[in-house]
Design a protein around this ligand. Sequence first.
Ligand SMILES: [Zn+2]
Length: 70
Amino acid sequence: MAFGRKNQVEEEIVTKDTKIWCCTAEDCKGWIRDNFKSSDSPLCPLCKSEMESQTKELQVLENPHPIMKS
Ligand SMILES: [Zn+2]
């Protein structure tokens, strides 16, 4: 019997190459996920500079597409 010693599997952090938008301003660390951009050419939410698309390995969100289905 193995009571008292739970053999729980630790939740793995799943990461995935995710498209993001990075701020082009040198001193700014602003970035957003592509899912969250407000337009096709989003502006930095911090400094309003232009952003460029990149790919970054990010933790997968459980609900990456906040689309309401009715
Ligand atoms: Zn910025």
